[in-house]
Design a protein around this ligand. Sequence first.
Ligand SMILES: Nc1nc2c(c(=O)[nH]1)N[C@H]1C(S)=C(S)[C@@H](COP(=O)(O)O)O[C@H]1N2
Ligand SMILES: [Mo]
Length: 579
Amino acid sequence: MKTVLDERTVAASHPSAVPPAWAAGVVGIVAGAVALGVAQLVAGLFAPETNPVTAVGGVAVDLAPAPLKDWAIATFGEADKAVLIGGILAVLAVIAAALGVLASHRSPRYGTAGFVLFGLVGAAAAVTRPAAGLLDAVPSLAGTLAGVRALPILLRRATPRAGDLPVAPDDLRTADDEPQLASAASGPAGRTGVLRLVHPPVKPPITRPLRPPVMRAGAELRAVDRRGLLTGAVAGIAVAGAGLFAGNALSGGRQVDVARDTLRLPPPARPAPPLPAGADLRIAGLAPFVTSNDDFYRVDTALIIPRVDPASWTLRVHGMVSRPIEITFDELIRRPLIEADVTLTCVSNEVGGPYIGNARWLGASMADLLREAGVSPEADMLLSTSADGWTCGTPLDVVMDGRDALFAVAMNGEPLPVAHGFPARQVVPGLYGYVSATKWVTEIKVTRFDRDEAYWTSRGWAAKGPIKTQSRIDVPKWGATVPAGRTTIAGVAWAQHRGISAVEVRVDDGPWRQARLAETPGPDTWRQWVIDDWEATPGRHRIQVRATDAAGHTQPEEPRPPAPDGATGWHTVEVEVTA
Ligand SMILES: Nc1nc2c(c(=O)[nH]1)N[C@H]1C(S)=C(S)[C@@H](COP(=O)(O)O)O[C@H]1N2
Ligand SMILES: [Mo]
């Protein structure tokens, strides 16, 4: 049976009010937060890296080309990961707001479809991460369900019920009023408190027969139940926050912390000789000879630090070997342990940059284990893989040539910090970290450079990465103001496994002066240097440094960026000398 209704009657008895765009947007964002909170909670129960934001971030990191990685590290430093996650969240917030508006102003189906689409993106990212399985989609899907449920509930709360609408007779107009209404609604006079009347572009004639679903064609009321919106948003944010908090707590990997805290490592079979007394010049502002674990730079692709339990950790050596080996952590630390002072450096370090640190490592010989496995003479590369699927290609000849290439288990007298590779990592003196220093290492494939390609090499970085001879001025700092008179200039220089034989400093393009070199335990660490009698005269001065390694190679002046195989150039600082 068809009923002929006067539109005025329809609107007055069943005003189909929807929240205005801003309120619908807020609802979308809150529903999105609920989705992420639930996903995080479930990810905490499973594995933290299966959280959709982390998974998508991981994909973004892996897809980033070398210049972008370089730029991100140079611009944001170790905050690069926080910036990436923040950027993803900002994009998601905008999309969630749009979904809220579409769901309330067009059709709830848009909201559902949007959440499902983003859930699938998160799930796809999670299952395609290295070492992932189909189950890793679960957190994304749980989050999707939560978002799909939360959005209509929150929208309904934010929508006033018909009886609550303070409908002023003037606000209910019929379609033939449209011109006046449009002008009234667009001017300040058209705003009548919480209630506004908006006509869709096409109006049926007023006398046309209307059936209930067509009611909305007449006039759509934009109104918000502020209390419902507020309580809904607070509840949603509480759910999201609880999910995030609980998820983080669950993924904290408590048992790994306990395992690390209670780990007792055997003493070294070959201890490092005590550091020479003169290795550290102890000059204020100069990097100490030993970098503390807390101050040690951190560079890796892990958005969530892998938490690897030594009880289940194994290291597998396979590929071009005659006897594949798999050893447990207990077996690793029962091997003769070597203690060595080695300076790690990142290829992404700019001239004068901070991505270098020196520590005393304890670990088992890589060469010995490889010899036990029986490495084929045809092999020339070790492709190592970490627990989180990062790969690293190390020249085999470097590892086998007698230097202290280690599967390290301790750093400066304590088990490896989790962020630095617990329970085991590689340390190979003389090679940049990206081709040598695999943290959380679990697998080594003996192979060839012409058969396999490691993570950063496939992204444009050089396949082999010997560390370039470099030097840095730590004192005075760039832009410092120093009083005229006798002034100390000091810094560090490094050419791992070759050793530093000279450091020269010049001021304002004057003659190069030899710096005094501190002692070193060997060629694998950086070396401090100092000039303690620069007679600084008032004015602005430019100080430059260059180092020469024991092979007789002096670092070149030509400035080159870190990509593809390490920065070159002389570190320069400018200072203001006051009278
Ligand atoms: N698993 C894993 N190991 C890794 C990396 C990584 O991204 N993942 N980055 C490498 C790079 S580029 C460097 S410079 C060193 C840094 O080691 P650190 O963080 O202990 O200073 O780790 C190396 N080992
Ligand atoms: Mo690096």
